[in-house]
Design a binder for this molecule. Structure first.
Ligand SMILES: [Zn+2]
Length: 362
C-alpha cells in the first residue's frame, strides 16, 4: 500500500479491491493535485458511484486522517463563484459577502453550495506495495452508501456530509471534548470536601470547580464562575452553531443563550425552595430558560415531592430546573459519560414527567 493507513478502511466494510484502487489513484497525484481533491474526479476516473466516492473520501478524512476536508463556499446567486474556502466547519460565518455580485448570504441557508474538497496530508510510501492480504469481504458496496446524494450534482456538498451518520458523528465529536484527568482531580477534591471538619468555603469551591469543569467539556458553553462567587452561582453562555440544525440536541430546544447554575454542597437534602429560588433567578436573566442545581444530595423526603412539583410547575412556564447531585458526579466518574447526553436525558425525563402529569390531569 502506498498509504498503509488506508487498510483501516476495511473496519468500515470497504472492500479490498476498492481500497487498492483508491490507494493507487491517490498515489498518482502530485504537487498541486494533492490539494482541493474532488471525490467526483476519483468517481469518474474509476467509474464508481459518486456517493461511494464521497463516503470513501469522508472516511479517509474523518476516520483515517489521511485527508483534510476543506469547505468551499460558493455564491448561491452567481453560480460557481467561489467566495471563500474554510479549513474547519467552525470557521464558516453566518454571513458572507460575494465580491462578484455584492450580495450577503448565510452559507448555512444554502448548504448545498458549500462543497467539500480534500487535501492529501501524507506522501505515498514508494515501496509500500503490495502488503495486505486479499482476504476481505466482497459484498461491501451496499454498506458504504449511507451518504445519499440529494441532488444530481457531482460535487460533495456539506449538506450531504452532515445529514449522513458520519457527518453527525463529526459534529458530535465537536460538541463534547472532555478532559478526564482534570475530572479525576476535581472529583477527588469534591469527595474530600464531603468529610467532617472541611470549611464551608472549601466545600463550596470544590463543588463549584467540578461543576464548572464538566460544563466546560461541552464546547458550545462558555462558563463564567467569577460573577457570583459569593453565592456559588455559575453563569453559562451558550453559543449555538449553525450546523446544530443537522443534529438533535433536546436541551437546545429550550436552552436559549444562557444557563444559570447553583452549587449547594451542604449536608442537608436539597430543599424545594432552591428550585423556586433558581427559577426566580432565571426570570431576571435575558434569554435564560434552564437552570441546574449541582448538589451533594438529591431531592428527598417531603422535599422531593415539593421539589418535583415545583420543577413541573416551572417547566409548564417553560423554565427548566435540573438537579445534578453527587450520585451523578459518581456516575460520570465511573463511566466517563458524555455530559451533554446526560443533561439531555435529564431534560427528556423532565419533559416526560410533564407529559404524564398532563395526561393524568386530563
Ligand atoms: Zn455572487
Amino acid at each position: 500500500m502506498y498509504f498503509p493507513s488506508l487498510t483501516r478502511l476495511k473496519d468500515y466494510e470497504v472492500e479490498y479491491e476498492l481500497i487498492v484502487r483508491f490507494d493507487l489513484w491517490l498515489s498518482k497525484l502530485s504537487g498541486s493535485q494533492r490539494k482541493g481533491i474532488r471525490p467526483a474526479r476519483f468517481a469518474s476516473d474509476e467509474r464508481i458511484d459518486y456517493n461511494i466516492a464521497n463516503e470513501l473520501f469522508a472516511l479517509a478524512a474523518f476516520k483515517i486522517k489521511l485527508l483534510h476536508a476543506n469547505y468551499e463556499v460558493y455564491c448561491p446567486y452567481c453560480t460557481h463563484e467561489l467566495v471563500k474556502v474554510f479549513s474547519d466547519i467552525d470557521e464558516i460565518p453566518e454571513k458572507l459577502k460575494c465580491n462578484e455580485c455584492g450580495k450577503f448570504f448565510n452559507p448555512y441557508e444554502f448548504d448545498e453550495y458549500i462543497e467539500i474538497t480534500f487535501d492529501l496530508l501524507v506522501q505515498p510510501d514508494p515501496d509500500g506495495f503490495p502488503k495486505i492480504k486479499n482476504k476481505l469481504k466482497t459484498n461491501v458496496f451496499g454498506s458504504i452508501s449511507s451518504i445519499k446524494s440529494s441532488s444530481k450534482r457531482s460535487s460533495f456538498s456539506v449538506q450531504e456530509l452532515l445529514i449522513s451518520p458520519l457527518g453527525k458523528e463529526e459534529i458530535e465529536a465537536k460538541l463534547f471534548i472532555p478532559d478526564w484527568q482534570a475530572y479525576n482531580v476535581a472529583y477527588n477534591r469534591f469527595i474530600l470536601s464531603l468529610a467532617d471538619g472541611v470549611s464551608t468555603e472549601e466545600k463550596g469551591k470544590a463543588l463549584e470547580a467540578i461543576s464548572c469543569l464538566i460544563l466546560s467539556f461541552i464546547t458550545f458553553f462558555r462558563v463564567d464562575s467569577t460573577v457570583h462567587t459569593l453565592t456559588n452561582q455559575i453563569d453559562v453562555t451558550v453559543t449555538v452553531r449553525p450546523y446544530f440544525k443537522y443534529i438533535e440536541i433536546p436541551l437546545l430546544r429550550v436552552i436559549k443563550r444562557r444557563l444559570l447554575c447553583e452549587c449547594k454542597n451542604e449536608d442537608e437534602n436539597v430543599p424545594s425552595i432552591w428550585v423556586d429560588k433558581l427559577a426566580a433567578g432565571i426570570d431576571k436573566v435575558d434569554n435564560c430558560k434552564v437552570g441546574i442545581i449541582f448538589s451533594r444530595h438529591k431531592f428527598s423526603g417531603d422535599d422531593l415531592k415539593h421539589a418535583k412539583a415545583s420543577q413541573i410547575e416551572h417547566a409548564r412556564l417553560n423554565k427548566y430546573i435540573l438537579n445534578f447531585p453527587k450520585t451523578d458526579f459518581d456516575l460520570v466518574h465511573n463511566n466517563q459519560c458524555n455530559i451533554l447526553n446526560f443533561l439531555d436525558d435529564k431534560f427528556e425525563e423532565l419533559e416526560m414527567r410533564i407529559a404524564r402529569r398532563a395526561s393524568t390531569v386530563l
